[in-house]
Ligand binder design. Structure first.
Ligand code: FAD
Length: 491
């Protein structure tokens, strides 16, 4: 079966699921190779590419969220069409895909090739109280919520006579010593320290970083060692080989020491698992990721490709292992997926994936960082310069604005207005879509089956319309519901 509308005019349709590192690059490289010879539809709930490695700087008030959110329309070739929505139906054999748009309307279309690049979501371990009391850190809403929450805690502490409550409000527990937990702690500590001083508090906020292993384990030990040293020298309470047993409304219990740490802020950065979209596809998965061959094809489905965090890609640089869930791999795999899709449509030659790590940068806030580009080891200011230079080069847009924000941050005090636009129930930890706030639909939306479905338009200049609802009467058109209120709302 082939796609309906554009195939009628001889143009194959390629649908890309996800507009992150992998999906963005896949669409871009395919468009550059095939131009108007292909109809590319990118389905993603947000209309921007999010440069995740700088998200901790948004939470710390250094960067405005739009700096790291690059509009897809501005950065992708004009021939790529963005369909706003979340894919909720995938029929790999039938070449059909369906998604729910932000107003609750269901769309469907067919495809000739599919690229699955849906990324990952928080890994929620079965630790009592965590789903209710912890916050994740994977999207702009969570970063904005955290920034406001930290400001609120410091300001409430400044007005509080009870020393126990003040201490709890000035304590932040971060669980997970990977790059997310380490960078958020590094940036967040400096932010709250300055904030507390500006609000007249004599106490320095306490940040506890809980990690099951060493910090940044899995990366070059040089990075973890330096991060550990810098954080401890600043006064961060780094607890390696420690875990959280339970979270409650007034704190967390640590398992090895048995200590109860009173806090109003628990950040859960224990890692990620692939997007739940993959769970029901009936394909081979490895640790939740779709298994693909070295050409990024899904076995048994030669028209389906997967890349990035969502895909288990054999790592030819480390035989027997799968590539790590990093931006570096996702970006390169996306680019290759674009190339291989084009090859499968008769444009160019397919290639196998192979990429050796070029190094990693870890920004620790202030002028501290650790980096190992091409195996060279940097710390302090040189690493900080390498890290910022790397980020500017790697971002697909907004570079000047980002650099200007950095200059302003070096010269001026941070802005600490608390806008309160994202509330706690909008950022539940257990969410399939951490990139969008979960507070229902912004517009009145259709509730009956017939009016909540829409046809998918052909691209301008294409022929006939796309898949009609009648083509697949069983498919559902459920609108997303409001997320349940979380006890964090009371914090
Ligand atoms: C805070 C943080 C800091 C990080 N720092 C680094 C770093 O310094 N270096 C590094 O190498 N890596 C870092 N990473 C990891 C890196 O960001 C990921 O490995 C990378 O984003 C994976 O790219 P991806 O395209 O697979 O997924 P993503 O970039 O997450 O993109 C997934 C896309 O799929 C979309 N999507 C999801 N579900 C659906 C659906 N059902 N329908 C349609 N679209 C969907 C999402 O909206 C998103 O657009 C960091 C991650 C985080 C969270």
């Amino acid at each position: 079966m082939t796609s309906d509308e554009d195939t009628a005019s001889g143009t194959p349709r390629v649908v890309v699921v996800g507009g992150g590192f992998a999906g963005f690059q896949a669409a871009r490289s395919l468009a550059r190779r095939m131009g108007d010879a292909v109809d590319i539809v990118l389905v993603s709930p947000t209309n921007y590419f999010l440069y995740l490695p700088l998200l901790p700087e948004v939470a710390a008030g250094i960067l405005e969220p739009r700096r790291i959110s690059v509009a897809l329309a501005a950065a992708l070739p004009a021939c790529v069409r963005h369909a706003p929505g979340e894919v909720d139906e995938l029929d790999l054999d039938g070449h059909r895909i369906g998604w729910l748009d932000p107003e609750g309307v269901h769309h469907e279309t067919t495809f000739d090739r599919l690229v699955i690049a849906a990324g990952s979501v928080h890994k929620v371990l079965p630790v009592p109280g965590v789903t209710e009391y912890a916050q994740g850190f994977r999207g702009v809403p969570e970063a904005l919520y955290l920034r406001d929450h930290l400001i609120r805690q410091v300001e409430l502490a400044a007005m509080c006579d009870d020393p126990d409550e003040r201490a709890a409000r000035l304590t932040v527990v971060v669980v997970g010593g990977g790059y997310t937990g380490t960078e958020v702690t590094a940036q967040g500590f400096l932010f709250t320290r300055e904030l507390a001083a500006s609000r007249g508090l004599a106490e320095v906020p306490r940040w506890v970083l809980v990690s099951r292993g060493e910090l940044l384990s899995g990366l070059d030990p040089h990075l973890g060692r330096n991060a550990d040293r810098v954080l401890r020298e600043r006064g961060v309470d780094v607890r390696t080989h420690e875990e959280v047993d339970e979270a409650t409304g007034d704190g967390v219990c640590l398992s090895s020491s048995g200590e109860h740490v009173p806090t109003r802020t628990l950040l859960w950065c224990v890692g990620v698992r692939p997007d739940p979209l993959i769970d029901d596809l009936g394909v081979e998965v490895e640790q939740g990721r779709m298994v693909v061959d070295t050409h990024l094809r899904v076995p048994g489905h030669p028209h389906v490709f997967a890349c990035g965090d969502a895909a288990a890609v054999p790592d030819r640089a480390r035989p027997g292992e799968y590539t790590a869930m990093t931006a570096q791999h996702a970006e390169r795999q996306g680019r290759l997926a674009g190339r291989n899709v084009a090859a499968s449509l008769g444009h160019g030659r397919s290639k196998a994936y192979k990429h050796r790590d070029l190094g990693f940068v870890v920004d620790l806030g202030g002028y501290d960082a650790a980096a190992n580009p091409l195996g060279l080891k940097f710390t302090g200011v040189p690493a900080h310069v390498v890290a910022r230079g790397y980020h500017l080069l790697a971002m697909p847009g907004n570079r000047v604005r980002t650099a200007v924000d950095w200059l302003l941050d070096a010269a001026l005090p941070r802005q600490t207005a608390q806008l309160g636009l994202v509330r706690s129930p909008a950022v539940p930890l257990d969410s399939a879509s951490p990139e969008v706030p979960q507070h229902g639909l912004g517009f009145p939306h259709a509730t009956d089956q017939s009016s909540s479905r829409a046809t998918f338009p052909p691209r301008p200049g294409g022929s006939a319309e796309a898949a009609s609802p009648e083509a697949s009467p069983e498919t559902s058109s459920e609108a997303p519901s409001d997320a349940p209120s979380s006890p964090r709302g009371a914090r």
